[in-house]
Design a binder for this molecule. Structure first.
Ligand SMILES: Cc1cc2ncn([C@H]3O[C@H](COP(=O)(O)O)[C@@H](O)[C@H]3O)c2cc1C
Ligand SMILES: O=C(O)c1cccnc1
Length: 406
């Protein structure tokens, strides 16, 4: 694993919701977290072997370190940017024999959208219809993520992975170019009382996510960022985190869009209900990524998992956004651990459970701006840092070339 950019984060107890020991019965045993053997026995796209992800080469690592240390600066003085440059150089080494240039080519922001049956329970500040309204806002260029993509030079695409109703894009060619329709259904079912989707839909979502990533890589993108839109999807992400890591819903659930305490208590209870239901269905079986995504996942989250795995398999960089996208990243890493070597964590969200996800991955994010929006906004803002890392790595003078003697 690529430990250079990664370090453990502590959990911010201040932002934890009040715990009511009676709120969630003992429905979940951490022994049900899946081992790698459980995952290997899972089927096709949910197995590591399917994705064929190469470990980053270590043969040039000493040369990369020397390249960074020979720049005209005290060793380590560019801090996390040095780790970032080292990781980008190592990722790109797979495709070139030279350790001297990092390239950021055609960076693309893929924003996956999907609706969630759980959202009918009033656990967001907004009703599910807002997902479609926001997708239209994306297509019209009016959302925060559009502003950041325009300002910073991202090509932005919006993927309808299964919002409630399909969009009819306006005849405006710009907005129809931005939309990619690969719908798995009309939103998921309410996971508090039934599986969110069928196993076949979870598999199909992985395949379709992989397809869209592969298409952009074929067009020359070597940095792919992931964003999401889906009212209720923090509930899905929290339930996934609980199932995958054996954490109680009190620890994985937060206020999402900014719900009140009463709504938060309801959200925790619904996730408890879901875990109880999943336990009844699967008995003592381990909760593999396939079971977790099928039972409590979202179409957009599952497509992001597939897209990340395909990006890592192609040896390209993955830029991870906030809480929901990080949960997708965690699932991708549980399926194929080497995928993490290709992941750059853009920021730490104000959704407190994001710190839990980052701690699970031992990941150190680049930014901490108190963002809690999703859409890919945190990932978009990290692009200048990638460009800065590339520029010092590629262009900064060495002690020798600049005649600086320390
Ligand atoms: C107007 C609006 C724009 C958004 N853009 C992203 N989200 C974010 O909020 C949602 C998750 O939070 P929850 O689980 O509480 O619904 C996701 O759609 C996420 O992208 C938005 C939410 C709203 C209301
Ligand atoms: O961190 C995120 O991705 C996030 C947080 C709150 C609401 N939507 C997204």
């Amino acid at each position: 694993m690529n430990t250079g950019t990664l370090s453990t984060l502590t959990i911010d107890a201040q932002h934890m919701p009040e715990q009511d020991p009676a709120a969630c019965p003992e429905v979940y045993s951490p022994s049900q977290t899946a081992t790698s053997a459980d995952i290997a026995n899972d089927s096709s796209l949910f197995t590591q072997g399917y994705w064929q992800i190469s470990a980053l080469k270590t043969s040039q690592l000493a040369a990369i370190h020397a390249h960074i240390d020979n720049k005209t600066k005290p060793q380590g003085a560019l801090g996390q940017l040095e780790d970032l440059a080292r990781q980008l150089a190592q990722i790109q080494q797979g495709t070139s024999h030279s350790a001297t240039k990092i390239q950021i080519n055609k960076p693309v922001m893929l924003v996956f959208a999907g609706d969630h049956g759980i959202a009918r329970n009033g656990i967001s500040i907004a009703p599910p219809e807002v997902t479609q309204q926001m997708v239209l806002n994306f297509l019209n260029g009016g959302a925060a993520i559009n502003c950041f993509c325009r300002t910073l030079g991202w090509n932005m695409k919006v993927i309808d992975a299964g919002i409630l109703q399909p969009i009819t894009p306006s005849s405006d060619s710009q907005s129809s170019d931005m939309l990619i329709e690969q719908r798995i259904g009309h939103g998921t079912a309410d996971f508090a009382c039934q599986p969110a989707m069928k196993e076949a839909q979870a598999e199909q979502a992985l395949a379709l996510g992989a397809k869209v990533a592969a298409e952009h890589i074929a067009q020359g993108s070597n940095v792919l960022a992931f964003g999401e839109m889906g009212i209720g999807n923090t509930s899905s992400a929290s339930a996934l985190l609980s199932l995958i890591c054996g954490l109680s819903p009190e620890r994985t659930t937060g206020k999402g869009t900014g719900i009140n305490d009463e709504q938060l208590a309801k959200k925790v209870q619904l996730i408890c209900d879901a875990l109880e239901r999943v336990n009844k269905t699967h008995g003592t079986k381990a909760f593999t990524p396939k079971i977790a995504l099928t039972e409590v996942g979202g179409f957009e989250i599952a497509q992001i998992v597939g897209a990340m795995l395909a990006t890592a398999a192609a040896g390209k960089s993955i830029l991870v956004d906030g809480f929901i996208v990080s949960v997708a990243a965690l699932i991708a890493v549980r399926i194929a651990p080497r995928a993490q070597e290709y992941m750059l964590f853009a920021h730490c969200s104000a959704e407190h459970a994001h710190q839990q996800v980052l701690a699970q991955l031992d990941a150190r994010p680049l930014l901490s701006l108190g963002l809690r929006l999703g859409e890919g906004t945190g990932a978009a803002l990290a692009l200048p840092l990638l460009q800065a890392a590339a520029s010092f790595y590629n262009d900064m003078a060495t002690f020798e070339s600049a005649n600086v003697t320390v």
